[in-house]
Write a protein that binds this ligand. Structure first.
Ligand code: SF4
Length: 446
């Protein structure tokens, strides 16, 4: 096992660490004689009421500190990296990898191919299990790092090796058995590639995965994202409307079967399938409590239902002091991707009907940056917004969903800022959080 250096970065004033004289720059060597691999080891061992901390000072002197504390009391030490370890990167070369299909010149972090079970637990990332040792799997069970989100793609071992371009990818599936036997909850994902893991292979995969119910709580099927940068990559084709309809009928068939036995729908179709197939979204109950929202599964259904609920409770007439009688009009615009456009258009029309002083223009933004097959709003760039909205009716405000931006920052994927877009279009830009109520508030400008 590699040696881990954990340098103290911060010490909370008044904390146990502060009182004991631990300072930034000190090195944590062990707790109770255990070398600390990462944040999970650290949290596990500091939970005890009595602990023995071994610290190395910058001059090489070692301090042994005996600590008595409440079980859940923290020591007040901060380490530079959130995980207290490097992020594990993937060892695959998947035929469908989105990162391989990105243009050059984007910010470095976007090209990092993580495949780390700790990020799966902390942030919901999906992992392939191909770079995990038995020790890593044991730690998941020991620390109960659940749920773990797994990118299956297929349960056919040979096919998985080919899809992930990794000769260990088939064998890696055996780790799912260990997680299952260890009682670890899981979610799964299948990126569907036409002519590769669809049809009979998809049936087989779903059938095989039902073995892990109910610990495997949900599995999503999403169509492979194809950008315009695929030169030299495995030739993948987009799904047609008829093919998307077939995929949906396979998924819906399994949902019925599994629901009868387990009371769970288990296998879920990503929202994009419904756009491709030109079919209505399923009702809320079919999403089993939206277990895969982060994966774009059920996002539109949730938005519509939240909107309908909040809309029904809205008083008609005077809103925020503006009435039709007063002659005050409010004109604004919403920008979104092709996927959400029809639903937002309907929402805008309902709002205009209830509040005749409102005019809401909804603009569907084509993804020229990645290619027009990419339809989600989360991958729309500042450049596309600016170029396509120039000269369009925007009213006094432009609303964009928060998923177009880097988390907690005003920056698009192409590093354009909200201010860049606002300046170029000469309109204030409002960022809307994801709920239906947020959308109503933003439209009304209350
Ligand atoms: S696991 Fe596959 S899809 Fe994920 S980053 Fe690695 S190569 Fe890309």
């Amino acid at each position: 096992m590699k040696k881990h250096d954990h340098i103290v970065k911060t010490v909370e004033p008044g904390s146990i660490a502060d009182e004991l004289g631990i300072e930034p720059g000190d090195k944590l060597l062990s707790i109770d004689g255990h070398e600390i691999e990462d944040i999970f080891d650290y949290q596990y061992y500091v939970e005890d009421e009595e602990i023995l901390l071994l610290i190395e000072k910058p001059d090489g002197e070692e301090w042994e500190l005996e600590i008595e504390k409440d079980p859940d009391e923290q020591l007040g030490i901060g380490f530079g990296q959130g995980l207290m370890d490097e992020y594990h990167s993937c060892r695959n070369k998947c035929i469908f990898c989105f990162i391989d299909q990105m243009p050059q010149g984007m910010r470095d972090t976007l090209y990092f191919k993580d495949d780390d079970s700790r990020l799966s637990f902390l942030q919901g990332n999906y992992i392939t299990l191909t770079n995990m040792s038995d020790h890593d799997v044991e730690r998941i069970v020991k620390y109960r790092l659940e749920p773990i989100n797994i990118s299956f793609q297929t349960t056919n071992p040979e096919l998985r090796c080919r899809m992930l371009h990794n000769r260990f990818a088939g064998d890696a599936l055996k780790k799912v058995d260990i997680l299952y036997q260890g009682g670890i909850e899981m979610n799964g994902q299948i990126v569907l590639c036409k002519g590769v893991n669809d049809g009979e292979e998809l049936e087989r995969t779903i059938r095989d995965l039902t073995r892990y119910l109910p610990l495997l709580k949900s599995v999503s099927v999403v169509p492979v994202g194809l950008t315009k940068y695929r030169e030299g990559l495995y030739p993948l084709e987009p799904f047609t409307k008829e093919e998307a309809q077939k995929v949906l009928s396979v998924i819906h068939g399994w949902q019925e079967k599994i629901y009868e036995e387990y009371g769970l729908h288990f296998i879920h179709a990503g929202d994009e399938w419904y756009l491709l197939a030109e079919e209505d979204l399923p009702e809320e109950e079919r999403y089993d409590g939206y277990l895969q929202l982060e994966n774009g599964v059920g996002m539109l259904r949730l938005l519509i239902n939240e909107f309908e609920e909040a809309f029904a409770a809205l008083p008609a007439g005077d809103i925020c002091g503006t009435t039709e009688a007063a002659g005050a009009r409010r004109e604004l615009s919403i920008a979104t991707g092709r996927l959400a456009y029809p639903y937002l258009k309907r929402i805008a029309e309902q709002m205009e009907e209830k509040y005749p002083f409102l005019t809401v223009h909804v603009h569907s933004i084509r993804n020229d940056f990645f290619g027009e097959r990419i339809t989600v709003s989360g991958l729309i760039t500042g450049q596309d917004l600016t170029a396509q909205l120039k000269g369009k009716e925007l009213g006094s405000r432009l609303l964009i969903p928060c998923n177009m931006l880097k988390t907690d920052e005003d920056v698009f994927l192409d590093d354009y800022t909200v201010k860049d877009v606002s300046d170029a279009l000469q309109v204030p830009v409002d960022i809307v959080k994801s709920s239906g109520q947020n959308l109503i508030d933003a439209i009304l400008g209350c």
